[in-house]
Design a protein around this ligand. Structure first.
Ligand code: FEO
Length: 392
């Protein structure tokens, strides 16, 4: 397996996982993923930046051999999650002289998650610089850009930034660098939606920090690298800080087509009023699509039948997921059909305590939706359209 050149003295030694289809037993990977690891070699010291998922051990070690790495002085662990640091015990075994560079918080995670002994870990401070001989590593602590221990590593002489998960994309591709932004940005948006959106509130200052570095290359830990960092920085500025869009996501599940009929009517009623509406049927849904839509949506409408007096479990799942992802949506609507009553609306509302949303009046019908119910959905669409006035 060959190591690929990123810049003078810097090589990619990662692995492309073409076949993986699920991450964290939660996140669909329709396009696979990659685990990017890098070697930075100065005149005096050689460093590995991040490792790969343990299942990809053979790729990392054969690429390290191809890069001529016989000795490692350090391994930078920007992030302790196992898809990057899970192979560290094997790396440290193979290179007994190597020590791990990580934040103080990461030292605890590496011990808890991977049994890495504390004496093999060197804590690096915010802004600390490590000269390698002609090249330097600089460490930028960015807590909660995903995990509390996360840091970014910067090589000023080459203006290459290694931000680990930040700016990543679950995308298996033979392209080392982004060639077609139209192909990569949807995967990057999906990645942001599923993994990083919950930490949106700390992103703005970190994006400004990254932009101030003026990187020539952004080399994340998943997906291709950016030689034109403006592409991904502009996209993040919009996803993180841009206003919500004039978009209503109608996520619903239906048992005998009554709630489906209501969802179809609501989508049409929104469209007729100039509101973009997207339908997500939850029993067959790709939750990644739902997450991506929630990056932009100003309104989330959840449709559910009542099952034994409660919301359908798939509608509850969608609400729990939205609560975890913390999108910028401003309004929540609940609609659905019931047979003999129940507390589906209260239950769904109780599942989204993290969302800062105005709850619109619910629309519930007994059994089949009839004319009066369709008129209630029209009124709901009107309320949504009124609240979306002025949104892009
Ligand atoms: Fe790619 Fe948070 O690990």
């Amino acid at each position: 397996m060959h190591a690929r050149s990123v810049a003078e003295g810097i090589w990619w030694v990662g692995a492309v996982d073409w076949d993986r289809r699920l991450f964290d037993s939660l996140i669909p990977l329709p396009d696979g993923t990659s685990y990017n690891a890098y070697v930075v070699r100065g005149a005096e010291k050689t460093v590995l930046i991040d490792a790969v998922d343990p299942s990809m051990e053979r790729f990392l070690f054969s690429r390290l051999a191809d890069a001529g790495v016989e000795r490692l002085d350090y391994v930078v662990s920007n992030h302790s999650e196992q898809d990057h640091s899970g192979l560290l015990p094997r790396v440290l075994e193979r290179f007994p002289g190597a020590r791990v560079l990580a934040t103080g918080k990461a030292r605890g995670f590496l011990a808890d998650l991977l049994d890495i002994p504390g004496e093999r870990v060197v804590e690096v401070r915010e802004g600390e610089k490590l000269p390698l001989g002609g090249l330097t590593l600089e460490f930028l602590h960015c807590p909660w850009v995903h995990w509390p221990e996360t840091m970014l590593t910067w090589v000023p002489e080459r203006r290459v930034l290694f931000p680990c998960d930040l700016f990543g994309a679950h995308l298996a591709t033979g392209e080392l660098f982004v060639r077609d932004p139209g192909e990569v940005l949807p995967a990057a948006k999906r990645y942001y939606a599923e993994i990083l959106m919950p930490f949106r509130s700390v992103f703005e200052k970190n994006l400004a920090r990254v932009a101030a570095l003026d990187p020539a290359v952004i080399a994340p830990s998943h997906g291709p690298l950016y030689r034109d960092p403006k592409i991904i920085l502009d996209a993040y500025r919009d996803w993180v800080g841009g206003p919500p869009r004039n978009l209503c996501v109608v996520a619903y599940v239906s048992m005998h087509d009554s709630t489906r009929g209501m969802a179809e009517h609501l989508v049409d009623a929104c469209l007729r009023r100039g509101v973009r509406a997207e339908s997500v049927e939850l029993s067959g849904a790709d939750v990644g699509r739902l997450a991506m839509l929630l990056v932009d949506a100003a309104t989330l409408a959840v449709g559910t039948p009542t099952v034994n007096g409660a919301a359908h479990p798939l509608a509850a799942y969608a609400a729990i997921l939205a609560n975890l992802l913390k999108p910028k949506a401003r309004h929540l609507a609940v609609f659905g059909s019931y047979g003999w009553g129940g507390r589906a609306v209260e239950q769904l509302q109780s599942l989204v305590p993290s969302l800062k949303v105005e709850v619109l009046p619910p629309v519930l019908c007994r059994g089949l939706p009839r004319q009066a119910d369709r008129e209630a959905l029209d009124r709901l669409a009107g309320e949504i359209a009124r609240r979306h006035t002025g949104l892009p």
